[in-house]
Write a protein that binds this ligand. Structure first.
Ligand code: GDD
Ligand code: GTP
Length: 427
């Protein structure tokens, strides 16, 4: 049998997703009408042999319970459990800590998915490669522009056999533009011993004397605290830095290169391209839940059944409109996520933006971001020589006055924008 683990991290992570992660954990943020993590479940549910899924993180127990209830109803064949780390244990540390639960029922292999990616998750293709190659580990890879590659784990592979020859996490130089998508399939008998040796290597490593660098100068005044820090360090085991390159050296490790879409969801702005990618996919699959295309609905568009959109408003492409939102007459909305209970008044124009929960945009206002090239894997752009956020983000309960223009801005919750707000302003 096969299981699946989704790594969600915890409240100390996802800081680049602010201000939106101030309101709810990033994995639960809606793109294309569904929480980010639900898109992982849809893919998992397409693999018939997976019956059990673990969400592993260090958020409080209660955080994922409502989601687990919903997803268990949508996918009754799946048993879903949340496993809480008592502190951040790292991407491999969490797996190792819960190895008994994962190994229960003796699964031969299990998938590991980073929750913060948007992908078509070709899990069945990964299984096939795993079987064809009699592999011990398979990871999903994708090609990115060379200058973007060192923000990711880089893979050197044998193009013919697909074998991973060499793996380096976020290298300083350029070694390859084939990168790690954060989606893996591991043989249980390979991964746990590999993590165990990583932990062993670490504890055998001679204890480094701590020199008072500027960073630990303060803590060196308090004897004992260094030890604590070191213990904490020792409990963190990272799949990427501590385990994968080792597997590449010694095991049957293969990479499936996907030509399908893939993006990371790190910054709040990256929810906009993720929304576009998932909507496009849903449209291609003929999804019933999308709005019917018409003169004023340019597909793909998702409109929650409880939202009220004036028929003269022009919506799309790549727009999601959340529950109970109201879009007035003559408004123009494109490449945007409108969250629950928001209002966009008549003749306002909103593009490349995220409109936070309970926000209000006045009549004839313009709220705009800028598109980033799909290949850049970044959500910042250079404007007048300065790096700015490409997507405009209004936090929860923001207001934009009538006729006010807002461009490339991040607006913190509960702010009223009464005058034009142009790049480089953060409120
Ligand atoms: N449970 C748990 N515990 N999850 C964690 C922890 C932890 O201590 N630390 C990180 N995660 C989760 C995050 O929520 C995320 O889903 C995933 O693990 C990876 O997060 P990072 O550790 O921040 O790595 P990264 O996103 O910068 O890079 C990873 O993903 C890239 C693809 O998106 C690496 O695997 C790269 O090689 C890869 O290219
Ligand atoms: P195409 O998309 O090429 O068909 O042209 P378009 O005129 O529809 O422009 P598009 O939808 O790509 O971009 C949105 C444009 O809508 C902006 O550039 C604005 O000029 C315009 N716009 C601005 N304010 C409003 C408004 O209140 N209502 C409507 N309907 N449009 C507006």
């Amino acid at each position: 049998t096969t299981k699946a683990v989704i790594l969600v991290g915890g409240p100390s992570r996802g800081t680049r997703f602010r201000p939106l992660s101030m309101e709810l954990p990033k994995p639960l943020f809606p793109v294309a009408g569904h929480p980010i993590i639900e898109h992982c479940f849809r893919a998992i549910a397409s693999v018939p042999e997976i019956k059990e899924v673990f969400i592993v993180g260090y958020y409080e127990e209660s955080v994922f319970q409502p989601f687990i209830n919903t997803v268990s109803t949508s996918f009754p064949q799946l048993t879903v459990k949340y496993l809480r780390e008592y502190q951040a244990l790292g991407t491999a540390g969490g797996l190792y800590h819960f190895r008994d639960v994962i190994l229960k029922g003796k699964p031969d292999r299990f998938f590991v998915l980073n929750a913060d990616v948007c992908s078509s998750f070709p899990l069945n293709d990964m299984l096939k490669l795993f079987e064809d190659k009699d592999a011990e580990a398979v990871m999903l890879g994708t090609r990115v522009a060379s200058e973007a590659a060192n923000n990711f784990g880089c893979i050197v592979s044998d193009t013919h056999t697909k074998r991973v020859l060499h793996y380096v996490e976020k290298p300083e130089g350029q070694i390859s533009n084939l990168i790690n998508c954060g989606i893996y399939l591991f043989a249980t008998e390979c991964i746990f011993p590999a993590i165990r040796s990583a932990i062993k290597r670490r504890s055998e490593r001679p204890r480094l004397l701590s020199y008072p660098s500027s960073e630990n100068l303060e803590s060196s005044y308090y004897p004992g605290q260094d030890d604590d820090d070191e213990d904490k360090e020792n409990t963190v085991v990272r799949l990427e830095q501590d385990v994968l390159s080792d597997i590449a050296d010694s095991r049957q490790f293969f990479v499936l290169e996907t030509k399908d879409f893939w993006r990371q969801i790190k910054t709040a702005g990256s929810a906009v391209p993720a929304n576009a990618l998932y909507l496009t996919k849903a449209f291609q699959l003929g999804s019933e839940e999308l709005a019917k295309p018409s003169a004023n609905i340019l597909p793909p568009v998702y409109i929650h059944p409880s939202a009220k959109v004036d028929p003269t408003a022009k919506i799309g492409p790549n727009v999601s409109i959340g529950a109970r939102s109201i879009i007035g007459a003559g408004a123009r909305v494109k490449e945007t996520i409108v969250l629950e209970d928001s209002e966009i008044k008549h003749d306002a124009c909103v593009m490349y933006s995220i409109v936070g929960w309970h926000s209000k945009i006045g009549a004839w206002a313009r709220v705009e971001g800028t598109p980033t090239p799909i290949t850049s894997h970044s959500t910042s752009i250079v404007k007048n020589g300065v790096k700015v956020q490409s997507i405009t983000i209004l936090g929860k309960e923001c207001g934009v006055g009538d006729e006010v223009r807002v461009q490339n801005c991040v607006c913190l919750p509960n702010k009223e924008l009464k005058r034009a707000s142009l790049p480089l302003s953060t409120f």
